[in-house]
Design a protein around this ligand. Structure first.
Ligand code: NAD
Length: 260
């Protein structure tokens, strides 16, 4: 379904991004992986995806907090593939603390990685999509693009920002065969979430089990974590031709969280 398409997925060495890379490679796309991690493990992922799906799979280590590195990554992809047909802005980090204890450098890093990186990748990838008259931008937002939770000031600000960026760019390219959408997952049990369980326990003065039951799953009426595979399937649908009329949408996949 995504044959002859090239997809760049930022932050795809782990969690949701890796799940999307798997789904896209399985659907026939060439995939550019990005993100941090152990070099040997990343190479093993790259080689496995290429071997299992017969796809061309590359890896670019660009740091999404650095605009110059983003530009290099996009230019390298354009030089090899001509166009990044599908751009998934997924790289993200979290920090949980009350605002008066929130380290300013964490604020800056979260805004840079979770928000500004999508501005840079998008502005650099769009010209080739426009030339082709086809493109897909999928921004990984969050339920926190629609509602807030305490102690996540930078994350909630960045995710609300990504919703605004999504709608704006969607309007700018609506007549050019390019759609721009945001996916808003509830809690997905990835390394990002595992790390915030102890931090949230500390910030709220409760146990880690209480964080899982009384904070995370309490937010989700289904009382279940969302799965990586479910988010990847939604991303894949948005990149297909059946989703050509879905643009500027901020789509929850959150077990009912923001319906409350
Ligand atoms: P994760 O920690 O498993 O993966 C994050 C990825 O981003 C990793 O590949 C990591 O190496 C990469 N990354 C981090 N900093 C980077 C940088 N400076 N440059 C390049 N890559 C960098 O987390 P995840 O849960 O899979 O999160 C992926 C996205 O989904 C994030 O944008 C996150 O905000 C969003 N999200 C996650 C959840 C959840 O519950 N897990 C819910 C809603 C939204």
């Amino acid at each position: 379904m995504l044959t002859h398409k090239t997809a760049l997925i930022t932050g795809s060495t782990s969690g949701i991004g890796l799940g999307i890379a798997e789904a896209f490679a399985a659907a026939g796309a060439n995939v550019i992986l990005n993100g941090f991690g152990d070099a040997a493990q990343i190479e093993a992922i790259r080689a496995r995806l290429a071997a299992e799906h017969g796809a061309t799979v590359r890896y670019d280590a660009a740091d999404m907090s650095k605009p110059a590195a983003i530009e290099q990554m996009i230019n390298a992809a354009l030089a090899e593939f001509g166009c990044i047909d599908i751009l998934v802005n997924n790289a993200g980090i979290q920090h949980v603390a009350p605002i008066d204890e929130f380290p300013p450098e964490k604020w800056d890093a979260i805004i840079a990685i979770n928000l500004s990186s999508a501005f840079h990748t998008t502005r650099l990838a769009l010209p080739a999509m426009k030339k082709k008259g086809w493109g897909r931008v999928v921004n990984m937002a969050s339920a926190h693009a629609l509602v807030a939770s305490p102690f996540k000031s930078a994350y909630v600000a960045a995710k609300h920002g990504i919703a605004g960026l999504t709608k704006t760019v969607a309007l700018e390219v609506a007549e050019q065969g390019i759609t721009v959408n945001a996916i808003c997952p509830g809690y997905v049990r990835t390394p990002l979430v595992e790390k915030q369980i102890p931090a949230t326990a500390k910030a709220r003065g409760i146990t880690e089990q209480q964080v899982i039951n009384d904070v995370m799953l309490l937010a989700q009426p289904t009382k279940q974590f969302v799965s990586v595979e479910q988010v990847a399937a939604l991303a894949k649908f948005l990149c297909g031709d059946d989703a050509a009329s879905i643009t500027g949408a901020i789509l929850p996949i959150d077990g009912g969280w923001v319906a409350q």
